[in-house]
Design a protein around this ligand. Sequence first.
Ligand SMILES: Nc1nc2c(ncn2[C@@H]2O[C@H](COP(=O)(O)OP(=O)(O)O)[C@@H](O)[C@H]2O)c(=O)[nH]1
Ligand SMILES: [Mg+2]
Length: 196
Amino acid sequence: MKIKSATFELSAPNLRACPRLPLPEFAFIGRSNVGKSSLINLLAEKRDLAKVSDLPGKTRLLNFFLFNNQWRLTDLPGYGYAHVSKQERAEFNEATAAYLTQRETLRHTYVLIDSRLTPQGIDLDFLAWLHGESVPFSIVFTKSDKQSKDATATSLDRFRRAALQDILPEPAVFITSSKTKHGRQDLLAHLAAQLA
Ligand SMILES: Nc1nc2c(ncn2[C@@H]2O[C@H](COP(=O)(O)OP(=O)(O)O)[C@@H](O)[C@H]2O)c(=O)[nH]1
Ligand SMILES: [Mg+2]
């Protein structure tokens, strides 16, 4: 799929404030700092479409980006950042949960995982929750440029055993780097297949 246009549409604090015009949507979610915004910029081939930050925990809103005037990517608040207050955390989790389980236009969810890390409890909990709610999802391994191919393969193996073993059919896994553009075409092909 060719990306001809990509623009920021709006930020929503809750489900009610999400865009009204029904278009197919794809959600990106993962821990703070995992590379969600960078991946959106990679798909769009724009440097500053989504705000990239070294400070985790900055995005507390659901951010909508319109692609080719046909479909949207939703940058969801990162989970697992300890430094926001309990109250704030509960609120954004509620908006995110409502979006994932009730948004009628949501076609597919991509869960981003740092390819360098051993399986993290918070990711496993989140995946188990998604699966329990019957939300269809795939895995996107991020930052693959930061280590060797072998190390990524080992990490993926470990992750499959820890997180995906009980989930059928086994979710697709994409290996990506926003730095080298690795995985961009595969991810776009997967999106395109779901738009067809
Ligand atoms: N080397 C490398 N750094 C990345 C990659 N993706 C994101 N980063 C860096 O990781 C940090 C967090 O990225 P960001 O996209 O803001 O993560 P978000 O919080 O999930 O939206 C930033 O410093 C990015 O430059 C990648 O594929 N490779
Ligand atoms: Mg971000």
